[in-house]
Design a protein around this ligand. Structure first.
Ligand code: SAM
Length: 244
């Protein structure tokens, strides 16, 4: 009886609560923008248990134990063995547990939406190239870039103080010190880098700030969520400025 109560309690804890103000706004905006398709998008958006996460293995910290575990749980490689990325996905939705920080040890995998890798693949970074990751926190694409090439320089930039700290921690958890010497962190407004450092980079990745719909939909702070709904209208202007 006690065990059942505990299980129900932890299940309830795992269930995220939808912020109704945000959902109402999405219904209004996206039914206009997406028409019929909004119904199927909405269905997935409100069901975190359907969200799919992939595990990108860290080549700097290989572990056959993790791979065995992934296979046991029904995961398979997304790309052929010859690819630069060892990324595991599975058709059943769900999430492989995130790895905790272990002092002095690199993390073995990074959880992400596999579609995030497309931007890095499209960049086709060659060894020795100078690369700018303009909006880099929390660091998924910087880590992915370092899985597929040895850039001459990777400048991981993030304008937000707290997120820059998060970025630094992520990089330190995945990249060995010997490789960190090709990585530089900076805190510029991405809109100014082009003027400050013209022609410095061979490739630039701009993962511009997005509306972050999934997190705001489950926000527990209605005031913050409402403020954010108003701010998201300004996002497209920032995105365009970052691309210029
Ligand atoms: C979509 S997230 C980036 C995700 C990251 N590329 C990854 O793969 O983990 C966008 C980031 O851009 C940052 N950002 C927003 N405006 C910016 C600006 N003007 N210059 C630089 N970074 C900016 C945000 O703070 C946020 O961390």
């Amino acid at each position: 009886m006690m065990i059942m109560m505990l299980e129900t309690k932890s299940e309830t804890k795992l269930q995220k609560r939808i912020c109704q103000v945000v959902l109402d706004q999405f219904d209004k905006q996206y039914s206009k923008e997406l028409g019929e398709s909004w119904n199927s998008v909405r269905e997935v958006l409100i069901a975190p248990q359907c969200w799919q996460y992939a595990a990108l293995l860290n080549k700097f910290s290989n572990s056959s134990e993790v791979e065995d575990n992934l296979h046991l749980k029904g995961y398979h490689l997304l790309f052929p063995e010859t690819s630069s990325f060892k990324c595991y996905i599975r058709s059943i939705p769900g999430r492989f547990p995130a790895q905790r920080h272990r002092a002095g040890k690199l993390k073995e995998y990074y959880l992400l939406n596999a579609a995030s890798l497309l931007a890095v693949m499209a960049l086709e970074v060659e060894n020795g190239e100078k690369v700018l990751d303009m909006c880099a926190a929390p660091g998924g694409k910087s880590i992915a870039t370092l899985q597929c090439a040895w850039p001459g320089l990777l400048l991981s930039n993030e304008c937000d103080n707290l997120r820059l700290h998060w970025l630094k921690q992520t990089l330190e958890s995945f990249i060995p010190e010997s490789v960190m010497n090709i990585v530089t962190l900076s805190q510029w407004d991405g809109r100014q880098i082009g003027n400050l450092q013209p022609e410095r980079f061979d490739k630039v990745l701009v993962d511009a700030p997005c509306s972050n719909d999934r997190s705001w939909l489950f926000s527990s702070d209605i005031q913050q969520a409402t403020l954010r709904l108003a701010q998201r209208k300004l996002l497209s202007a920032v995105q365009i400025e970052l691309l210029r």
